[in-house]
Design a protein around this ligand. Structure first.
Ligand SMILES: Nc1nc2c(ncn2[C@@H]2O[C@H](COP(=O)(O)OP(=O)(O)OP(=O)(O)O)[C@@H](O)[C@H]2O)c(=O)[nH]1
Ligand SMILES: [Mg+2]
Length: 425
């Protein structure tokens, strides 16, 4: 009996021991499997990220930059070697800045940023426009900052000033009213001239006749990353007519009657210039659910207020020069809304682009980090940011793409979609 009891106790201990061992082995196995799976996923995503980041290797031309990497105690004869400073093939394009003389410091900061990030390798011309003559200090400093040719033009008074048919009494009343309502630039006369000029006259300036593409630059903006390509070339090769980086909602108070004017234009022209099957009409008119949210802006018209932020703009001048765009602009202009309200060039360009172009003719440059106060955009792909030497934080609250006032998800849904989703092999 005694022996039987001892045997039972030993057997129980052995059994419990085995059971414990079994559980330990099971847990180890599960941890191992989970870990392996994680490793697998990590390496899968790492590999895809590497592929994405090496996509532009052939166009980076790193070797041309070698001479710019001198340390302070190095002297390199190659700097004087003509072959090292050969200019890359260029498109028929110019960098374009409408600017005032007193904005020189900001203009130089923007130039410095764009030269360092892009133009030092290409030397595209810089074209400066102003409603008064540029002073010699402005010309001297900007010429020194540019790596390409610089040219300066005075805007003819008739392209800039308020037309004579604007009712001055009504105009003054509007200015006062909008000023009282604290509408941004609501009381400014020159801001209205600028918006109208940028909507209907910049592309008619003689100095731009020689070019096909322009890249709009404003004072005090910053480009966060090395450009992985020549955006003008990307536009031409892919038949793009309009490029943007940021899109968001417009202040409705500045454009109360813009949309009804657009609808009137569509009816007057019997929709003959718009291809509703292929344009991005939905981008400016849809209000439905997108991403995780509904639109946050209320609109009292059928315009959802989405627009491209035109302080960054790379576009085909021939689109703006086209009869259909001019017809669109002239219709809007004839209503006086640039003065009686405060129509901005951003909603005007954006609505025109969304109506008159095929949505695939519009490109979102999502690799080019960019900032114009108070918002910026920063690429989120980790390896791309390293490779493009970006100086920005994609998780920062200033990144408009994370903000509810961004229309980017609307563009993905109702515009030309998200690039990598369409082109991933
Ligand atoms: N020559 C000239 N340029 C102007 C005038 N008003 C604005 N601009 C330029 O037009 C562009 C847009 O003007 P901004 O004052 O930057 O307008 P905004 O970007 O809507 O507003 P901010 O948030 O103040 O930058 C900039 O490149 C300005 O330098 C003007 O009266 N004369
Ligand atoms: Mg600005």
């Amino acid at each position: 009996m005694q022996i039987y009891k001892v045997f039972l106790t030993q057997f129980n201990k052995l059994f419990l021991g085995c059971l414990l061992l079994y559980f330990v082995v099971q847990i180890c196995w599960l941890v191992l499997v989970y870990h392996q799976r994680q490793l697998g996923l990590d390496s899968y995503f790492r590999e895809r990220s590497r592929k994405a980041s090496s996509r532009y290797d052939s166009s980076r031309k790193r070797s041309l930059n070698r001479m710019l990497k001198l340390s302070s105690n190095t002297y390199n004869d190659e700097l004087l070697d003509e072959t090292m400073v050969k200019t890359l093939e260029r498109e028929n394009a110019t960098l374009l800045m409408l600017v005032r003389n007193w904005e020189l410091p900001g203009a130089l900061r923007s130039m410095r940023s764009l030269e360092d990030r892009f133009n030092k390798d290409f030397h595209y011309d810089w074209t400066f426009l102003n409603d008064v003559p540029f002073d010699s200090e402005f010309i001297e400093a900007t010429t020194a900052m540019a790596s390409g040719k610089t040219q300066y033009a005075l805007i003819p008074a008739e392209d800039w000033n308020r037309p004579s048919w604007i009712n001055e009494t009504l105009f003054e009343e509007v200015l006062q009213l909008m000023e009282e309502k604290n509408i941004l630039y609501g009381g400014s006369k020159s801001y209205r001239n600028m918006c109208r000029f940028n909507s209907g006259f910049f592309f008619r300036q003689k100095i731009l006749d020689q070019y096909d593409y322009y890249f709009r630059v404003e004072p005090d903006v910053e480009y966060f990353c090395d450009f992985p390509y020549d955006p003008f070339k990307v536009m031409r090769l892919n038949n793009k007519k309009y490029g943007f980086t940021i899109t968001m909602y417009e202040y409705e108070d500045t454009i109360p009657s813009l949309w009804e004017t657009v609808e009137e234009y569509l009816e007057d022209t019997d929709y003959q210039d718009v291809d509703m099957e292929n344009n991005a009409y939905g981008f400016v008119s849809n209000f439905d659910f997108f991403g995780k949210s509904f639109a946050v802006m209320d609109s009292s018209s059928d315009y959802n207020l989405c627009h491209f932020w035109t302080n960054f703009e790379i576009a085909d001048l021939n689109f703006f020069r086209s009869e259909r765009y001019i017809k669109f602009f002239e219709h809007l202009d004839s209503k006086g809304g640039f003065y009686y309200e405060r129509w901005g060039d951003a909603p005007v360009h954006s609505i025109a682009v969304s109506l008159l172009l095929n949505k695939d003719e519009v490109i979102h440059f999502d690799e080019l980090g960019y900032k114009h106060m108070p918002f910026g955009t920063c690429p989120s792909a980790y390896y791309m940011k390293l490779q493009e030497r970006c100086l920005c934080d994609s998780n920062h609250p200033d990144n408009i793409d994370l903000n509810v006032i961004s229309c980017l998800r609307r563009w993905w849904k109702d515009g030309s979609g998200k690039y990598f989703l369409k082109h991933d092999s």
